[in-house]
Design a binder for this molecule. Structure first.
Ligand code: THU
Length: 128
């Protein structure tokens, strides 16, 4: 899948976000090792700590469908700046990612930059 294509999917997804508290809508799309695409949005909660980020929603949808490997992730928000995954999402991505997993961080206008997961979370925690 082309990076542009996955950014577009994440971008279109963000309108489904449930973000009544922050007003900050995020969409994510992941490509799994089997080539499937799963999307996710942030889902906020009145008890703020119960909020789930878009990236984790997408990963959890993939894993609960039997997927175990994430090859590529795109993230999109309505911001004019690039959006980067939060620390918790980086750790969740590390669980199902690998040394070639890439994260596409985009701006609302579609511009994007691509990072290796291991550059965004060096020395991730593993129980292996
Ligand atoms: N958020 C995401 O969904 N992904 C990120 O990468 C950063 C933050 C969400 C969580 C919360 O609903 C809102 O953005 C503001 O923090």
């Amino acid at each position: 899948m082309k990076y542009e294509e996955l950014v577009k999917i994440a971008s279109e997804e963000k309108h489904k976000a449930y973000a009544p508290y922050s007003g900050f809508k995020v969409g994510a799309a992941v490509v799994t090792g089997t080539g499937n695409v799963y999307t996710g949005v942030n889902i906020e909660n009145a008890s703020y700590g119960a909020t789930n980020c878009a990236e984790r929603t997408a990963v959890f949808k993939a894993v609960s469908n039997g997927e175990r490997k994430i090859d590529l992730v795109a993230i999109s928000s309505e911001s004019d700046d690039y959006i980067f995954p939060c620390g918790i999402c980086r750790q969740v991505l590390a669980e199902f990612g690998h040394k070639d997993t890439k994260i596409i961080c985009s701006k609302n206008n579609g511009d994007f930059i691509v990072f290796k997961l291991e550059d965004l979370l060096p020395h991730a925690f593993y129980l292996k």
